[in-house]
Ligand binder design. Structure first.
Ligand code: E4P
Length: 214
């Protein structure tokens, strides 16, 4: 499973990339707003830090504005992927962009029917928002399982990005289901790494090493 980092913070990206396990980045307007820097400047810096896809979201609500924004964002770097909201005009925009060979990440997906239409429109990626579904007492991971089944039934090429990840179990379950990608906040990447038995085990080995006669 590929791991993307879900942030617009360059320090977090730098630290995660240094681990050698990051395949791409997803951003959204809320994440970029936290950085208090111009959007184009942040995206340019991020694109230079990773070789893989960097998702940047449009804010237009009609297909023509989305396509125009997509073309402007695409100039920033070759690895920019255009994030399009899963609304009616978004689906039209995805079709138009796929005809122009511009890659899309269809975001804010909360149902399998939405995911089916995104794939039919030619989406490169679909982003089911797992955590936000869990927040309203619907099992987000069920959506991932159903999308995977339907995409498999028809050999759709659209890759599934498990998004709105809140904890390590979301990542583990995404991998168990065979999702293509999980996009993970920096704090959860750190949680994935750590285990108290590893830490106490390292400490015990260090303590015992000191007892070995020199
Ligand atoms: C994904 O592409 C989104 O940026 C992100 O996962 C949304 O997560 P949230 O529901 O925690 O805001």
């Amino acid at each position: 499973m590929k791991i993307f980092i879900d942030t617009a913070n360059v320090r977090e990206i730098q630290e995660a990339v240094a681990l050698g396990i990051i395949d791409g980045v997803t951003t959204n307007p809320s994440l970029i707003a936290k950085e208090k820097r111009p959007c184009g400047e942040v995206l340019k810096e991020i694109c230079a830090m990773v070789a893989g896809p960097v998702s940047a979201e449009v804010i237009g609500l009609d297909a023509e504005s989305m396509v125009k924004e997509a073309q402007e964002l695409s100039i920033i770097a070759e690895n920019i992927v255009i994030k399009i909201p899963l609304i009616k005009e978004g689906i039209r925009a995805v079709r138009m962009l796929s005809q122009k060979n511009i890659r899309t990440n269809v975001t804010l997906c909360f149902s399998v029917s939405q995911a089916l239409l995104a794939a039919k429109a030619g989406a490169t990626f679909i982003s089911p928002f797992i955590g936000r579904l869990d927040d309203i007492s619907q099992t987000g991971m069920d959506l991932v399982r159903d999308i995977k089944t339907i995409y498999g039934n028809y050999s759709f090429k659209t890759e599934i990005i498990v998004a709105s990840v809140r904890n390590p179990l979301h990542v583990v379950n995404a991998a168990l289901l065979g999702a293509d990608i999980a996009t993970v906040p920096f704090a959860v990447i750190e949680q994935l790494l750590t285990h108290p038995l590893t830490d106490s085990g390292v400490q015990r080995f260090l303590d015992d090493y000191k007892k070995i006669p020199k």
